[in-house]
Design a protein around this ligand. Structure first.
Ligand code: TUI
Length: 321
């Protein structure tokens, strides 16, 4: 029997050790309830929304599923303090955080009975947050979509796993059972998947956004915002070409923010995938069809089981056994 502290399923009361990515503007009650209903941990993304909006989504999710679900709090959100207060009242099963250090909120969330799972992009922050009482961490590599760090999932996951004594969930570049099995081999106890859930039937993102993911190739993502210290992985389009060219010419962080304002919303809600930000991980090239969230989860873990049972591991002398 696995140690409870190491078992993401036991920690969160879920069937499969998979957490849905907290995709801003996208991860709503529809997707969160479908992922939780499928046996994973669905998440509502707070993005830049205010506390009332997130509270309403929590209540909608509760009406759609009796399974555990969580909320992702993007720490650059101007309403973050009010959102944390609201979460302590609403008590979702878990809170994940992104784009910052959630240290000062951990004790309060835990006192409310909420599992706290920060997303980190470095060993240093993982260690600090484990000491501050985090229940698990998501180690997110730069293959991920949206706001990213420097390290890759392959390099980050085992280093974080060695550095902390809480469970590690790997994220970034995981889109099927092979990626999941690889993450477990690297020491992860769970996986976080974002890009593949973008094309879930229950995902309410615009059809144009879904179509762009479905058509993407391995080389179709780019990283905007490196010059401003907020790198964000997106699918290449006319907007990214323009912005990367402007960044090369020394666009100021203020001009950058002004230029990017509203672009994620435009792609997600209005389907403007020419001028909008189509945030996506590098694994988009693997995502080829719409399925329900439950089908995606079942397929990933069926593939993991097949890989384990095939025992096709290299054990020396270049032989697969
Ligand atoms: O947060 C994410 N992904 C996101 S957030 C987002 S909304 C946004 N849009 C434009 C600009 C910025 C945000 C879209 N995608 N993933 C988790 C994540 N967190 N990745 C990297 C980090 C991170 C980076 C630096 C976490 C902490 C950190 O440093 C904190 C510190 O103080 O040391």
């Amino acid at each position: 029997m696995a140690d409870c502290r190491e078992d993401i399923g036991a920690l969160l009361g879920i069937e499969y050790p998979i957490i849905q990515g907290g995709m801003a503007w996208i991860a709503d009650s529809s997707l969160a309830s479908a992922v939780s209903g499928g046996g994973g941990l669905g998440l509502i993304a707070a993005g830049n929304a205010d506390a009332d909006f997130v509270r309403a989504e929590i209540r909608r999710t509760r009406a759609l599923t009796d399974k555990p679900f969580g909320v992702n709090v993007m720490l650059l959100n101007p309403h973050v303090d009010a959102i944390m207060d609201m979460l302590c009242e609403e008590k979702p099963a878990a809170v994940t955080t992104g784009a910052g250090n959630p240290g000062k909120y951990i004790a309060r969330l835990k006192d409310a009975g909420i599992k706290v799972i920060p997303v980190v992009a470095s060993v240093a922050l993982a260690v600090r947050l484990a000491r501050n009482g985090a229940d698990a961490v998501v180690a997110e590599g730069q293959e991920a979509g949206g706001h990213i760090g420097e390290a890759t999932t392959m390099a980050l996951t085992p280093q974080v796993a060695d550095a902390v004594d809480i469970p590690v969930v790997a994220a970034g570049g995981i889109g099927d059972g092979r990626g999941a099995a690889a993450a477990f081999m690297l020491g992860a106890k769970g996986i976080q998947v974002g890009t593949r859930f973008l094309v879930a039937r229950e995902c309410t993102v615009s059809q144009a956004y879904k179509d762009m993911i479905l058509k993407a190739k391995d080389s179709d993502t780019a990283v905007t915002g490196r010059s401003t210290g907020h790198p964000v992985r997106v699918l290449k389009n006319r907007m990214t070409k323009e912005i990367l060219s402007l960044e090369g010419k020394g666009l100021s962080p203020e001009e950058f923010e002004q230029r990017m304002a509203g672009t994620l919303r435009a792609a997600v809600k209005d389907g403007d995938v020419t001028h909008g930000s189509v945030m996506s991980g590098q694994i988009a090239g693997l995502v080829r069809r719409e399925q329900t969230a439950a089908e995606i989860i079942e397929e990933i873990f069926r593939e993991v089981k097949e890989i384990y049972e095939s025992r096709a591991f290299i054990c020396g002398a270049g032989r697969a056994v």
